[in-house]
Structures are given as C-alpha cells and as structure tokens.
Design a protein around this ligand. Structure first.
Ligand code: GCV
Length: 657
C-alpha cells in the first residue's frame, strides 16, 4: 500500500517541498518496481504528485510502457543509499539496491525538475560520501526553567515533545522526516544532550514515546537515536554506582539496551555528553572517556548500534586570573591520549572548532589527530552564536570552508569525518519550522553538505531557493543570503576572537560579558592591544596541537590568517594585517560595513515584495528590522569599546560614542 504523504497542519510552511516542486514528476507516466516499506513511501510521493498534476503511476507492470519515469529496486552494489540515474529513449530511470536509495533517487529527480525529463543522460551513480548524516535535537521533554522546551532553540517548541510528554499527533514529525530525507539526512537524536530527570527516563519506562517517534521517521529512512545520562544506572536502576568497569553497571546497560531494541529494532544508538558542563561521566570513578564510551558501545554492539560520545569536555569552572588554562586546548588534551582505545562502534563526536560554534574559529586540531578513532564532526545549525534566527546568517560557506580544510596530510575535514557529520537542528514547531524563514536554508544546506561535503555551497543555496521559492525571486534571495555569514562576522566579534555576547542567552553584544567568568572565553583587551596568545613560544601552546603546516602557520602573527589573528595572538591595535589595515582600523571599518550590508540586504528583500508570498515576506521584513537594530548595537558597542581602550580615532572620522 502506498504511504500517503504527510498532511501539514493549516498554516505550516511547506519549506523546500511545496507541491509545485513535484510538477515535473507529477505530470508523467511512472512505473515503480520493487517492494518494501520505503518503496511504499516512494509510491505515495509519486501518487500524490500525479493526483495534483495529472500523471499516472503503476506498480510492477510487466508491460514495457512507454514510461517517462521508472523508479526501481534491482541494481546490485549501490549499498542501501546509492542510486543510479539515466535517461534514454524518452525514459528517465532511477535504480537502487535499497529503499533509501530509491527515495533519495526520487528526490534527486524532484530537484532536477523538468531537466530530468529532457535530452539524454548517461548512467551516473550517486552515493553519499558519509554514511551517517545526523541531526541532534537539544529538545527537552519537560520545559526547563532556564533553557525552555528546546535548549538554544529559536523556532518555537519541540517538534517531538510538549510540556512533559511526547506529542500525540505525529503527522508533523512525519513531515519533518520527509523534509530531512529530501536533503539527505538519515539519523536523528530526539532529546537534549543535557539529560535532565524526565528525559533520562526515555531510556526505560518512557521508551514507548521514543518508539512512536521512530515509527514516524522510519518511512523516510531516518534512524532514531537517544541522548542518555551516564548516571542512568544510579538514576534509574537504583545501583550505588555508574562506574563503567563495574559488573552490575555493565549488566544494567546491557539489559536496558536489550529492552530499547525490543521497542525499536532499528534504533541507532546513544548520544552522550559526559563530564561536560555539569553532566555526569566516568571521571567521577577515576575512569577514562574510552572506558565510558566502551561501556555503552558493548551494550549496543549485539544490536548493531553506535554510541556517539561527545568530545566537548572542558573546565567550565576556571579562574580568569589563571592564564595557563586554555579552553581551546581541552578536547585535544583529553582525547588524543585515548586514540585507538575506543570500540569500533564508538564514534567520537567533535565540534568543528575548539571552542563553541563561534562565527569564526579555526578547525579543531583534534579532527586530524586521532587516526585510530572514528570521528564525527559536529556543526551547529541552530544559530546560538550567529543571530539566533533573528538575523539572516546562511552558514553554508563557513561549513564548506571547514569541511574542505586540509587538516591531515592528504585529507580534508570532510574526509576525516569517518564517523559522519552531525549538526544541532534549528527546527521547531514554528509555522516556518526555523523561526526565521530564511534559516531553512541552513537546515537544507547541512543535509546536502553531509551528503557531499565538497559540494559548491552556492549551488546548494540556489537549489534550496529554486525548490522553496521558484525562479521569480531567485536572484534577490541569492543576494540576501550568499554573503550573510561574512556580514554577520563583520558586525560582531572581530578577527576570530569570539564570544563578546551577552552571558547566558548569548544574543547581542557584551564585550566584557565573559571576560572575568569561569567559562574560559576571554579576549584580554587592554589599552595597547587585544587577542589571546595561543602560540607555543609565549602563549598557551594551543597552536602546537596542529600538525604541519598549520602549527607553524598559526604560531606566528605574521603568517596567521587575518580572520583568525586574535584567536591565536595578542597584538597591538597598530598591528598591520595582511590586508594592509591596522587592527583597530579593521575593527572600525568592518563594523560600519557590516551594518551597511544589512541595510542593503533589507532593501533587496523589500524589493521582493511581489515575488514572495505575503506571510514569508512579512516575517522576514520584520526580522530585518530587529537584525538592523542589533547590528547597530553591535557596531556601536564594539567600536566605542575599542576606541575608549585604544584612544585611536577612526581614520574616516565616523561617529563613535
Ligand atoms: C547543550 C554550548 C551551549 C549549551 C550546549 C553545549 C553543548 O555550551 O551553550 O547550551 O548544551 O554547548 O554543546 O553541549
């Protein structure tokens, strides 16, 4: 039986799968061959498109057509997710070995639109570069008194949970799964890595809730994962310890995991944040993080599951007077000595930068330093530090730079991420899914880059624009989004120094907000200069964590790229950048430019009023006013702060307070 496509609740934006995107497919004669649950999903999609656009779909017919489109299982050797596409003699043919491959092949045809049905195409194989393409949701089941329903969520409530319970109606979850499959995502973790008491119970007596969500996502090829508390044997099992080497603890995890698989046979595995920002972990028992990860890996192994063990481990209670402790060093210092000690089904999940998803960070040196460990790289789609979905900030170029960065000899970050690419989702129950309608582009781009880390991000952006908005406003939308990450960087913290955000919620400027805090994020500005000396020669030694050539490149202020200068070096305001400007003049210029660029983008958006549907246009126009207000605030606080510290006037005599 074909699976009906999900019905969106009234007023919910169809994002990159509006009915119009299926016009080319829906007007055709299509043959579907094969059986299995995902083939039913494919059939449902094509049937719905045909219903709208007058085409016809048949199943497993013995006649030879003629058909415009043949979608069939049959080819060998493509894996579960690969497919081939060819067009010959008026028939477009997608062939796959597995149901997921067929679904991805169908969505590929949807993206091509009419082009899939014109001319000839020689057979081409498409396969994801990375086997795991995952979204982590930092969703709380119960509303957290400080973090709310979704930690760092800027798109309303959770798609999965509402005020202490799983949502009863999972149609929207199905629709979410469909959107994710259409950009290539194949795994989701459904709860916050900060596991509070209610959430911990998802592992045991609330596993039925997780199973229901998994059931809604499965027809779109998405496996469900769960964040668990390392202290679960204590919290839920009544054991006196959670020591990873204790026999009773190991037995408890084995039994708990067996029950999880009873409820969810294709369960993906656990995500763990341990010994980090107050979460429990193996350090309490004098054990290593390899001991901790391997405990859970052993429980999951008989069922084919994976543990994602996060490397975000650092001291968040440090003394700002202590200049030797450097948060940037922490992940490398903790984990490199453990290389080779993780079980084969343990994946070490590493944030792409050494700090915390700032608008500009170097690539984490950990990524190239653990050749005997499966690493997954973690990105942040939710815009915690990049405008919180009130600012337009399309992150495709940043992620593309990160993924293409040659961190090891002969290997880019994308190639080193053998354990997959993971991102913190930006979606919620907001009618536009992502709060800011244009933040949908980040979610889509993440999926497409996870499928192909070397894809041209600009082409991915145009793909998203084409599907979501059609050709009318395409040029304007491209102009608004394409440079928006660099614009955001210009009006916020300069030259890689990071943070300077308001403590706690992280929105808006506060130059000294974290300067005397225990969180380990400082800029050390004084009357002479600014930046953190992370050199080996005179600083924290962080630059020495890189291999060649990066250790040397970052060690010296002369060879360090401008955009990372203040991350690696404390320099005077008169220091000359490679650009030829002084640091102080660069700060002034970029902050004025950043605001001007937001003004220009707002004007381009205003000009699209007749080309974009009114609800989306209005929402973005309103948000541009907030972005502009906030960008001006950033500009004036940063410029005034550094003018007052340095006493150096702006060379162009612009207004500084
Ligand atoms: C889920 C940052 C965020 C926290 C988040 C943490 C993490 O510190 O501010 O909200 O916690 O990263 O990645 O675990």
């Amino acid at each position: 039986m074909p699976l009906p496509v999900p019905v969106l609740p009234e007023g919910v934006d169809p994002a990159w799968l509006p009915p119009a995107a299926f016009r080319a497919v829906g007007g055709r004669r299509t043959l579907i061959r094969g059986s299995g649950p995902l083939v039913e999903t494919v059939h449902g999609e094509v049937a719905e498109a045909c219903r709208r656009f007058g085409g016809r779909v048949v199943r497993d017919a013995s006649d030879d057509g003629p058909y415009d489109l043949v979608l069939g299982l049959g080819a060998d050797g493509l894996g579960d997710e690969g497919f081939t596409l060819a067009r010959e003699g008026g028939t477009t043919t997608v062939t796959a070995s597995g149901g997921r491959g067929l679904l991805y092949g169908l969505f590929h045809v949807v993206r091509l639109g009419e082009a899939a049905f014109t001319g000839e195409r020689s057979r081409r194989t498409h396969r994801p570069a990375l086997a795991l393409r995952m979204l982590d949701h930092w969703d709380n089941v119960a509303v957290h008194p400080v973090m709310g329903q979704v930690e760092r969520g800027y798109a309303g409530g959770s798609l999965f949970w509402e005020d202490g319970r799983a949502r009863g109606d999972l149609e929207r979850v199905r629709a979410y799964g469909r959107l994710l499959a259409a950009c290539g995502i194949n795994a989701i973790s459904v709860n916050n890595v900060n596991v509070h008491a209610t959430e911990a119970r998802l592992l045991t007596d609330r596993i039925g809730d997780v199973a229901a969500i998994a059931g809604a996502l499965r027809p779109y090829g998405i496996r469900t994962h769960l964040s668990v508390s390392f202290a679960a044997p204590l919290l839920l099992g009544g054991l006196p310890t959670a020591d990873p080497l204790d026999g009773a603890v190991r037995a408890w995890w084995a039994e708990a995991t067996r029950r999880v698989y009873e409820a969810i046979p294709d369960f993906g595995g656990y995500v763990v944040k341990a010994d980090s920002e107050g979460q429990p972990g193996p350090f309490a028992y004098g054990r290593s993080h390899a001991d901790g990860a391997n405990l859970l890996a052993a429980a999951l192994e008989p069922f084919g599951g994976t543990v994602h063990w996060r490397a975000f481990v650092y001291d968040h209670r440090q003394d700002w007077r202590d200049r030797t402790t450097d948060r940037a060093r922490a992940a490398y210092d903790h984990f490199v000595p453990l290389d080779g000690r993780f079980a084969p089904n343990a994946v070490l999940q590493v944030k792409h930068g050494p700090m915390d998803f700032q608008v500009r960070e170097p690539v984490s040196p950990l990524i190239g330093a653990m050749p005997r460990t499966r690493l997954a790289v973690e990105l942040q789609v939710t815009q915690e530090y990049t405008g919180q979905q009130r600012h337009v900030c399309w992150l495709g170029p940043m992620w593309s730079d990160v993924l293409g960065f040659p961190i090891e000899p002969g290997a880019s970050v994308g190639e080193s991420a053998r354990g997959g690419l993971v991102a913190v989702s930006n979606a919620g129950d907001d009618p536009f899914w992502t709060g800011h309608p244009l933040a949908q582009a980040n979610l889509y781009t993440f999926g497409r880059l996870a499928w192909r880390p070397d894809a041209d991000p600009g082409a991915v952006l145009d793909e998203w624009i084409g599907l979501t908005y059609g050709p009318g406003p395409a040029a304007g939308l491209h102009a608004v989004l394409d440079g928006s990450w660099r614009t955001y960087e210009k009006y916020t913290a300069p030259l890689g120094v990071g943070f300077m955000v308001q403590p706690g919620h992280h929105y808006g400027p506060s130059v000294d907000g974290y300067e005397y805090s225990p969180w380990g994020t400082y800029h050390f500005a004084d009357r002479d200069g600014v930046g953190v000396d992370r050199s080996v020669a005179t600083g924290t030694g962080y630059a020495g964590q890189y291999g060649k050539p990066w250790a040397e490149v970052y060690e010296s202020a002369d060879s360090c790229p401008d955009e990372l200068l203040l991350f690696f070096h404390h320099v005077s305001y008169a220091h000359l950048l490679a650009s030829g400007k002084t640091v102080i003049q660069h700060i002034y210029d970029t902050h004025f430019e950043g605001v001007e660029e937001v003004e220009a983008a707002r004007d381009v958006w205003a000009g699209l009023v007749d080309l974009v549907d009114p609800a989306r246009h209005r929402r973005v126009a309103e948000l541009f006013e907030e972005q502009l207000r906030s960008a001006r605030e950033w500009r004036d606080q940063i410029n005034s702060y550094f003018f007052r510290k340095s006493g150096v006037p702006d060379a162009h005599g612009r207004r500084i307070y």
